[in-house]
Write a protein that binds this ligand. Structure first.
Ligand code: ADP
Ligand code: MG
Ligand code: MG
Length: 317
């Protein structure tokens, strides 16, 4: 008979709570997983003076910077997602993120002319990639790459790959909201979906998944209030202001957490109707929308089972 006991290991990395669950007591493995996360954080962060991404940013308007392969490939993927027509995802959003300072001290609605000025230095096509030497060049002075929307997903996938290499078949990693799952002796992992703007651990429902990533992006995660309005941390690269539509949150179920990260942002930009239409072309990516009107909309239900747990929400699929 197999032992189904779960061992949990936690840490704080990337400014977020990190949780690793294993079906064996293996402190040494947990320490190696946290070490791996920290090494990637050191390469990708833009919240410190130095990292490979900061080296690229410091050289904006001056010269290309060669970076390590994984960082180059991630930036290449982020640029591709940013270049999709009308994409709300933009890897060059850095100057606007820094201007708004949402989630950091001193956040406030910036003057409109400053937003306009910064929109001029957030064009993804001005991120120039060179496959031959693995270098990245930001052609305009003041440009800044920000991988905040996809770093956790990318790293969650690297943790999954590392656990596979270590012959760990069952487990779960939660990187501050990016959940990546590997099998489970119990049959499936149950992942709770937070109820937007509720102070407690309240859930709108939960989903059961096997070998899937579950990523939620919500306007309630990081925001401030000014002039009777909430200003949250997912910015519209077209207007320079937080994305405003019917959505409180989007959850993406996919194999890779990197896709989950990209699609949560894309879908936030599209809203429910256009988002669902686009997902019809992608059998491998599914979404759960939670709206301000308390509707829960499932784009499809192939890779998960949804269990509602709040009567004040209406469910549509
Ligand atoms: P969380 O940080 O809670 O995981 P997200 O995954 O939605 O939230 O990522 C939000 C972060 O992504 C922001 O804090 C910012 O660094 C960056 N960001 C904000 N707007 C965009 C955008 N339109 N495209 C790409 N990155 C963005
Ligand atoms: Mg995220
Ligand atoms: Mg996201």
């Amino acid at each position: 008979m197999s032992d189904n006991r779960v061992w949990s290991y936690s840490a704080t990395l990337m400014g977020s709570p990190i949780l690793l669950k294993l079906f064996a007591n293996n402190e040494a493995l947990a320490a190696r997983v946290f070490g791996l996360i920290k090494r990637y954080e050191d390469l990708l962060t833009v919240n410190r003076a130095h990292s490979q991404v900061m080296d690229i940013n410091h050289a904006a308007g001056q010269h290309p910077v060669a970076v390590s392969r994984p960082v180059y490939e991630l930036i290449k993927c982020a640029k591709a997602a940013s270049m999709v027509q009308d994409s709300a995802f933009n890897l060059a959003i850095g100057p606007l993120v820094k201007l708004w300072r949402i989630g950091f001290k001193g956040d406030r609605v910036p003057p409109a002319d400053e937003i306009t000025a910064r929109l001029r230095i957030t064009h993804p096509q001005d991120v120039v990639l060179n496959d031959t030497d693995g270098s990245v060049f930001l052609t305009q002075p003041g440009m800044e790459i920000d991988l905040g929307a996809i770093a956790k997903g990318f790293i969650a996938d690297r943790v999954r790959d590392y656990l596979h290499q270590q012959d760990v078949r069952d487990g779960l990693i939660n990187l501050g909201g990016n959940v990546q799952t590997l099998g489970t002796p119990q049959g499936s992992w149950s992942i709770g979906l937070k109820k937007p703007f509720s102070s407690s651990d309240a859930l709108v429902g939960s989903i059961d998944v096997v070998n899937k990533s579950v990523v939620t992006s919500g306007t309630y995660e990081r925001y401030f209030e000014q002039d009777g309005k909430r200003w949250h941390h997912i910015l519209d690269p077209r207007s320079g202001y937080p994305l405003d539509n019917e959505l409180d949150s989007v959850t993406i179920i996919s194999r890779d957490s990197l896709d989950g990260d990209i699609w949560t942002t894309l879908i936030f930009g599209l809203g429910v109707e256009k988002g669902c239409a686009l997902l019809k072309q992608r059998e491998d990516i599914e979404a759960i929308f939670v709206t301000k009107n308390r509707d829960i909309i499932l784009s499809s239900q192939r890779q998960f089972r949804f269990t509602p747990c709040d009567d004040s929400y209406r469910i549509t699929d």
